[in-house]
Design a protein around this ligand. Structure first.
Ligand SMILES: [Zn+2]
Length: 108
């Protein structure tokens, strides 16, 4: 799971994406994988725990890719009027990782 590179606290992906929406992430960027990842890497996030700032590229990109997929997979995943993510991204990511491991086990 994503952690603050400065204080090590766990970060909530929904909260991180909310920060991007607040600073102008729009629907068009969210539909384009490369555009989204590029703006993610260069985005300056603020840790809600320690208040320090860091770039998105310090967070696990594999998770950012999953977040991109989840947000596009579910209709209404973002309330654009309120500028808030509706999905519980961390729970979905945890579930996804669990299924992947299970899948590996079954094949392995
Ligand atoms: Zn922090």
């Amino acid at each position: 799971m994503a952690k603050c590179p400065l204080c090590g606290s766990s970060l909530d992906w929904a909260e991180l994406i909310n920060q991007m929406i607040e600073k102008g992430l729009n629907e068009e960027t969210l539909k384009d994988r490369e555009k989204f990842l590029a703006s993610f890497r260069g985005f300056v996030f603020k840790c809600p725990h320690c208040g320090e700032e860091f770039y998105g590229r310090n967070l696990p990109e594999k998770e950012a890719e999953k977040v991109f997929e989840l947000l596009n997979e579910f209709k209404g995943s973002i309330d654009w009027e309120k500028g808030k993510v509706r999905l519980r991204l961390n729970s979905l990511l945890a579930l996804d990782t669990m299924l992947e491991k299970w899948d590996e086990k079954m094949r392995g």
